[in-house]
Write a protein that binds this ligand. Structure first.
Ligand SMILES: [Zn+2]
Length: 287
């Protein structure tokens, strides 16, 4: 993604800080400089945004923007680890900026105290390489998707519900978008929010870290992003969605992090047909 010739040099303190990255052949000095040159906009500093932003900051992403307008509440502390008990009542942005700067002062943290809207989304996305969707509601999730498609920015997507979470990468060049997976939002009120339905506290940690991982892979240009796309087979679109089911290891004592295996192919095929009724062209359909 980044052109390494123009990437900033690392200071001697940064070389120490990132030494465990620098000795990885897959990252190395060039990769670390790419990370420093990169920028990510996190939509939300909550359950998903917390772990994602912390790991992105620790990894040395040069610029992290955060969009949020919320205030830290006691009910956040069970999972939103950017915020601590003394932060209750503070703005999430102020709390997040303090923590991220303390973790890595080399990261530029930009804060946007606003609610994402169709009026401001494209302007907010413009300076950033990747958009990390940490939203907790469907209208904003579709807005993030559509603005990513319109602006050509990859969408590191994650969502959580009770014991289950999803993560993927949407809107890469030629890749699928969230609407390819779920063409239309569910009717309002059909799917309960975390506040209404609850969420197991570790889940956003797992999903947010997958989002951060995918973001770092995009920045470094290594690995294959969690997206796969074929004009021949729509089911391949979602084969690359990670579906994490916490009860699988929470209650059965076995780690089960499945990367879109057989079950997914079959169930997504039926989901696709039941959602769309037919095979409409797999193209972005912004609102
Ligand atoms: Zn699409």
């Amino acid at each position: 993604m980044a052109v390494v010739e123009t990437a900033p040099e690392l200071s001697s303190e940064e070389i120490k800080r990132y030494s465990r990255h620098l000795i990885l052949p897959e990252v190395g000095m060039d990769g670390q400089r790419k990370l420093k040159q990169s920028s990510v906009l996190c939509i939300g500093a909550g359950g998903l945004g917390s772990p994602a932003a912390m790991y992105l900051a620790a990894a040395g992403i040069g610029r992290i923007g955060i969009v949020d307008f919320d205030v830290v509440d006691y009910s956040n502390l069970q999972r939103q680890l950017l915020h601590t008990t003394p932060d209750v009542g503070r703005s999430k942005l102020a709390s997040a900026k303090d923590k991220l700067n303390a973790l890595n002062p080399h990261v530029q943290v930009d804060t946007y105290e606003t609610s994402l809207s169709s009026e401001n989304a494209l302007n907010l996305f413009e300076p950033y390489d990747v958009i990390l969707d940490g939203t907790d509601n469907f209208p904003t999730r579709y807005l993030v998707n559509d603005a990513c498609v319109l602006s050509g920015k990859p969408n590191a997507y994650g969502s959580i519900f009770r014991f289950e979470g999803q993560a993927s990468v949407f809107a890469t060049k030629g890749g699928p978008c969230y609407r390819c997976l779920y063409p239309e939002p569910p009717p309002p009120g059909l799917v309960p929010s975390c506040a209404e339905g609850g969420v197991i506290g570790v889940l956003p940690g797992i999903i947010g870290v997958i989002q951060a991982t995918e973001t770092i892979k995009l920045m470094l240009g290594i690995g294959s992003a969690l997206k796969r796309y074929s004009t021949m087979d729509y089911t391949l679109t979602v084969l690359s969605l990670i579906w994490v089911s916490v009860p699988a290891f929470f209650f059965r004592n076995t780690v089960h992090l499945r990367t879109r295996a057989k079950r997914s192919r079959r169930s997504m095929r039926s989901a696709w047909f039941s959602a769309s009724g037919n095979r409409s062209p797999l193209i972005a359909r912004p609102m």
